[in-house]
Design a protein around this ligand. Structure first.
Ligand code: HEM
Length: 179
């Protein structure tokens, strides 16, 4: 299995793009379908975003343990909705030290605590893109059943109101359905 995951926007792939919008920063060109592959796909695409499945940076032992207990796997048959949110953080974020970033991420913004409120309904995977010279730093991926969509967006609104998001300079939201 490749640790590089490629998201290809274009005419092919199992995910229909219901909506694509820039929350802040530059947009991504509109496409009809999305394909997620581990490793490089064949064929054409309007755009591709690449990210690596990597180790955790900020989660403590007890958070890792809680997440491992609650996090469902990707590709559950019931999870017919997905969301891809590419994010780039500002130079000010990257100029901080690791302990300062952790403090903003969790002690101030409660990112994990807020996110955990939607588990186990939401499956997630974080991909790191910054060191691959990509236009975004992170590609965040979520899957859930339609009845959990409202809870997912309520949680996302809470995250976007935190201090961590003061450091987000580009964010695009793709709402997807398996159809
Ligand atoms: C990172 C949990 C939802 C964007 C993380 C990390 C955890 C986490 C534990 C830190 C990983 C590490 O230690 O390196 C969750 C949970 C969620 C959730 C349980 C609920 C489904 C979201 C949403 C977004 C998001 C909705 C986007 C709107 C990010 C980003 C990072 C991250 C960009 C990387 C932050 C950085 O390294 O600076 N998340 N999250 N997360 N999450 Fe979430």
């Amino acid at each position: 299995m490749s640790r590089i995951v490629v998201f290809s926007g274009g005419d092919v792939g199992p995910w229909r793009v219901r909506d694509i919008r820039a929350i802040c920063g530059e947009p991504l060109p509109e496409v009809g379908r999305l394909l997620m592959t581990e490793g490089e796909p064949a064929g054409a695409a309007s755009w591709r975003l690449r990210g690596a499945i990597s180790n955790a940076r900020y989660a403590t032992r007890s958070e890792v343990t809680t997440l491992a207990q609650l996090q469902p796997a990707l590709a559950r048959p019931l999870a017919s909705q997905a969301v891809l949110i590419p994010i780039r953080k500002s130079p000010a974020w990257w100029a901080l030290a690791q302990d300062e970033r952790r403090a903003i991420f969790e002690e101030t913004s409660h990112h994990t605590r807020i996110g955990l409120t939607t588990l186990p309904a939401v499956a997630r995977r974080l991909h790191h893109s910054r060191d691959l010279d990509e236009r975004f730093d992170f590609l965040t991926w979520f899957e859930f059943a339609p009845e959990h969509e409202a809870d997912f967006w309520a949680m996302t609104s809470r995250l976007r109101a935190t201090r961590e998001w003061d450091y987000v300079e580009a964010e695009v939201e793709l709402r997807l359905a398996l159809e």
